[in-house]
Design a protein around this ligand. Sequence first.
Ligand code: NAD
Ligand code: 022
Ligand code: ZN
Length: 375
Amino acid sequence: MKTKAAVAIAAGKPLEVMEVDLDGPRDGEVMVEIKATGICHTDEFTLSGADPEGIFPAILGHEGAGIVVDVGPGVTSRKKGDHVIPLYTPECRQCPSCLSRKTNLCTAIRATQGQGLMPDGTSRFSVNGEKLFHYMGCSTFSNFTVLPEIAVAKVNPDAPFDKICYIGCGVTTGVGAVINTAKVEPGATAIVFGLGGIGLNVIQGLRLIGADMIIGVDVNNDKKAWGERFGMTHFVNPNEVGGDIVQYLVNMTKRGADQIGGADYTFDCTGSVKVMRQAFESAHRGWGQSIIIGVAGAGQEIATRPFQLVTGRVWKGTAFGGARGRTDVPKIVDWYMAGKIEIDPMITHKLELEEINKGFDLMREGKSIRSVVVY
Ligand code: NAD
Ligand code: 022
Ligand code: ZN
């Protein structure tokens, strides 16, 4: 069939909206009509050419929501009409990683997904007979896409697509990092570095869990109001503290008779390795955990003194907020529907597919929290 898609022809070029050919779902696959998709930093990272694993031509996009319109042979867990969110981290429930219960990084289709292909090693997309690659197993910048059934979460059909698409990446990553990765407890103190589309979701996750002190750190003062909107209790601009940001944050979090500072939990939501170090070293000695969410540029390295770990700090990383997609994503949709988490105010721009490059510009310029394309 034909479908409208924004195609990444080559690195560094704007997306081109065009009609492309899409083959039907094969064994274990479903076809989904994407109703809405967010634009996220990883799409830009790949499009810019900075991603060494980027493959072109491809159909990018990994933060979508839509409806199953067709199922391939052998599909048992999904049917036509199901409302779904595509998962760039699938959940097969059978591979050693899924069975370990220790990680959400399912390995069932990992190799082919990284090559921009479906599990059988082929692509469903083409244009004028030329193959187009899939992206992160999702390709939500196409009105219709094909995914393995293990890579779609079935969600509440009453939930609005133009909001819950954000649960396909940003919301789950931020809220999940708090709940699944850090396992923050009520009354905890936390510091969130970078108050963008991820950091604000960390903040609302901390509010949901009942953290006491939620410090937001950003170089952009406009983010103070944004953080407060979702539960931040204190704001720090590192460029305005006049001195070492780590020392400043440690002083700010001093508690108890021994007056040792540092937060119980810190989160990097910037992708800067310099900030990752600051986040790690502002965790409390003995038990503080620092969670890396931001994705650093290719080849970057983190550093600290081993003493920082010997004295009991824990450095962790998280992908997709540690969420098991088919199990956890429907729950987050229900939390949104129940008013436990907010999404609407974070969606600052709504665009048509023809305007998708404008969405990339807004993100590059730091003018948006989230832009959503509605089909
Ligand atoms: P964003 O650009 O919206 O937000 C980043 C924020 O960091 C901005 O507000 C910026 O002002 C601030 N910042 C920049 N330098 C800073 C500094 N030195 N100190 C403090 N704040 C600083 O980006 P986002 O959408 O929130 O994404 C954040 C990161 O999370 C990206 O690297 C993205 O790729 C990553 N991410 C990771 C996962 C995962 O599964 N691990 C999932 C989604 C996104
Ligand atoms: C999503 N991300 C950043 C912004 N939006 C993002 C990027 C990468 C990962 C997670 C989220 C990530 C962390 C660890 C891995 N990935 C490797 C997983 C594995 O090897 O099992 C990752 C993922 C997908 C892809 C590449 C890297 C891909 O499909 N190309 C989950
Ligand atoms: Zn993303």
